[in-house]
Ligand binder design. Sequence first.
Ligand code: MEZ
Length: 556
Amino acid sequence: MMPSSPLSLFPEALRESVRMVQRSRESRLAKRQRGERVEPLSLSDRRALLREFHPDHREEGRAQLRVGPSQGSWLPEELVALLHARPRPLVMDLMERARTHGGLAASLTTDVLVIGGGGAGCAAAIVAAEAGVRVVVATKLRLGDSNTVMAEGGIQVADHECDSPAQHFLDVMGGGHFSSDPDLVEALVTAGPAVLRWLEELGMLFDKYPTGRMKVRHGGGTSRQRLHAAGDVTGLELMRVLKDRLACLDGITVVPFAPAVELLTDESGRAVGAILEQLPGGRPLIVHAKAVLLATGGLGRLHLNGFPTSNHHGATADGLVLAYRAGVPLRDLQNCQYHPTGVVFPEKLTGLLLTEKFRGLGAQLLNRHGDEFVFGLEPRDVTTAAIIRECSEFENGVHLPGGGVGVWLDIPLIDWIHGRGAIEREFPGRFKEYLHMGLDLRQVPLLAYPTLHYQNGGVVIFPNGGTDMPGLFAAGEVTGGVHGRNRLMGNALLEILVFGRRAGAAAAAFAKGAKLAVDAGLGHLEAYLEQLDGAGIQPVQSSPRLLPAYGTVRPV
Ligand code: MEZ
């Protein structure tokens, strides 16, 4: 039931500020119609802003990695602590058995083991099964529980006449500060149109005009409108069709509630399986596989720099730990993505996403005086730094009585720009969700502040999804190189499909030419523990963490 006044849910201290935003809407719209706007920053201004205000550039909160192939890198201290940690107790017990028995006997065997049941893992499993190999998908929670399912705003694909993969390539390279691997970016953008056709064939429902033409929008840092969406539930709709396809295929076994806690390797250093730790209870499941594919997602639930996160509960960097202990290098992990608009109020939703599509359709970011202070479609890292500066140095943030601070995202402006009904039509998910709580997005702005959203870097891969380790493939957020130091909106959904499919195909091909190992063990782990010892590191925790240590969901 709707409250009596649109403002009744806001604390008294905020109501005058909301009214000011409402009062200034008409004149801001008129300005917009006259083409007056806050201009995008010059390259040098962007750089200076990032240096001073983006969390990646803070001196504190980093630590140096002291072992392994990326030794010497300065990374978020929460991540370094996991990489310097000892294995989980279950693995320590199995290590002794592996040593004395010359390996660990299998509870389950397969051709390809896919670790992770989000978008990248499902896409990989589908392609591998279609290539005729047996696949096991081991997933920490249920199939589909992942950041993919929470993705709202859309997927970037250059498929319209005024656009091209070359244009998309330049945007990705520029958005990532020219630090991406160009071969990976080329693979990403050129496969886009085919991936879109595949999704349509699988039955995904995109936003379209009555003529059947796909609607496309701008995202931050994009030179063309190329964001394709399914309302504001793009990831949910994407997972729906992937899960349907996966369920139709023979040869795929899904093992839910079974996170991988260590890879298995053979004498030659090939990846030959993994140890899964079944939830709850922690019983081991030893899987032998001819090829292993990591699609474990990101690290948002490590709450780097104390930020809230938009990520699902399983995003605890597990894949990074597994791959790194096995000797696979990491890249770009000093750069994380703080999405500019996480929820600040209502407080119970703190950190959850307010999609960039709101800004793509004209919602403005306003400070406590009701002034627009940044061009709304700067690349994400720039917008984030501008919000942090506005709330810190300029002291122009809106303060909640309970301590939170943020800036207004004036969502109702969207209906004023595009006509009544636009908000309900374009944001069916968030519109209903907030209405249910008593907040009508057609009438009130929401308070926003950056939230930890994405792990820009990760495991180093080749364009086919292979890694330095024979038999080990990786795809999706666990990998690095596609987005360089800053990802643009909508490229994550594209990445999980392009590289999920590539890695699935490459893993299947590898498996066809490989045999199951007879000596699947933990030799790589013993070597890693020796390195920790040699560096004088005495681990105080174990990893991978599996779940964050708060709330009602507890690690086992
Ligand atoms: O790619 C993303 O992270 C995305 C589309 C997020 C959003 O704002 O909706």
